[in-house]
Design a protein around this ligand. Structure first.
Ligand code: NDP
Length: 328
């Protein structure tokens, strides 16, 4: 197997030398185990965010869709595909149980839908959008919803679910091309380019009645401006803080108490695995919406396992639209 090991703690923007690509000999499989080969690997912002907790020398973390090549476990038959947090590696021997929160599971290919969806819209990012938005924001028809990181894997799904629920949706992302996709293809009502527009001032124009729900993927200045545009009893689902993951400076003071108090807001963070007992519900609902034409996705595919690092840093840099994946 080819494996990426975590060699050196990231300082600011990750460097290729922080990881090391090595060859590993795999043992023959025992009863209860299977051998699988990566087909699609995911690159996600959490890999950067969790890095300070990783010990050096371990396999770089991540989910993948892999094909089962050999099996001595009836739950994982040869030829089927499995979704697992095997990390950045081409081949894995597993017994299907993980140290993480979701056991490895066979990914039903859902008819003609691409296998890569197992690490995207029909996997962890899809469920992050489904549960993180619906459970914490409790959106009602007619409300105004703002999503940051809107053209990414999670954000693009959140905005579409908000449209399905009858909300007015405003997406914030980093390029006009992404904005075009959001408004023209995904039906978002408005788009704000945080690199060229002032988020606070633009929200006053596109959301004159204020913001009821905010799904926060980025944190930082963008989020402060949205928070100060919220309505009474607004709800904020805190999903991530990608604007700060590569930032090594001391966190800047950001006063959330003012809007939190005066608008009586409810702000809650979450980890998607809170809903691990309802995992298949999110996948099934998102699949249904795809089939009904209500949910669309896009993928930015990098080809070649040896390009994992490139795909990872390009995603952090905003080169992806929709889900960033690597095809082996
Ligand atoms: P994305 O597909 O959204 O990719 C990351 C995006 O972040 C880039 O495309 C880029 O888009 C944006 N970005 C990068 N730097 C900045 C910045 N300085 N300011 C604003 N935006 C920036 O990733 P995901 O959809 O996989 O993840 C989105 C968020 O959700 C992350 O914060 C992640 O950690 C979090 N997450 C949380 C989970 C949970 O359980 N809580 C589970 C899964 C994800 P742009 O061009 O717009 O800048």
């Amino acid at each position: 197997a080819k494996v990426y090991k975590f060699e050196k703690q990231f300082q600011g923007v990750p460097k290729e030398t922080d990881l090391k690509l090595v060859e590993e000999e795999l043992p023959p499989i025992k009863d209860g185990e299977f051998l699988c080969e990566a087909v699609f690997l995911s690159v996600d912002p959490y890999m950067r965010a969790y890095a300070p907790r990783l010990s050096l020398g371990t396999t770089m973390i991540g989910l993948q869709v892999a094909k089962i090549l050999e099996s001595k476990n009836p739950k994982f038959p040869v030829g089927k595909h499995v979704v697992g947090d095997f990390g950045w590696r081409t081949h894995t021997v597993s017994n299907g149980v993980t140290k993480g929160q979701i056991d490895h599971y066979v990914f039903s290919d859902f008819g003609k839908l691409p296998l890569s969806y197992g690490v995207g819209i029909l996997g962890m990012p899809g469920n992050t959008a489904y549960f993180g938005f619906l459970e914490l924001c409790q959106p009602k028809a007619g409300e105004t919803v703002v999503v940051s990181g809107a053209a990414g894997a999670v954000g693009s799904i959140v905005g579409q679910i908000a449209k399905i629920k009858g909300c007015k949706v405003i997406g914030i992302a980093g390029s006009d091309e992404k904005g075009k996709w959001l408004t023209e293809e995904l039906n978002f009502d408005h788009f704000i380019n945080y690199k060229t527009q002032n988020v606070f001032k633009t929200l006053k124009q596109v959301a004159p009645k204020g913001v009821d729900c905010y799904f926060d993927n980025v944190g930082g200045e963008i989020s402060s401006m949205v928070l100060n545009s919220m309505n009474l009893y607004g709800r904020i689902s805190v999903c991530g803080a990608v604007s700060g993951y590569n930032d090594t400076s001391v966190p800047k003071a950001s006063i959330v108490q003012y809007p939190m108090t005066f608008q009586q807001l409810k702000m809650e963070g979450f980890m998607v695995y809170r809903w691990s007992d309802r995992w298949s519900e999110g996948i099934e609902q998102n699949r249904k919406w795809i089939e009904e034409g209500k949910l669309k996705t896009q993928e930015t595919v990098t080809v070649g396992f040896e390009n994992m690092f490139k795909a990872f840093t390009e995603m952090l840099d905003g080169k992806n639209t929709g889900k960033a994946v690597v095809k082996v």
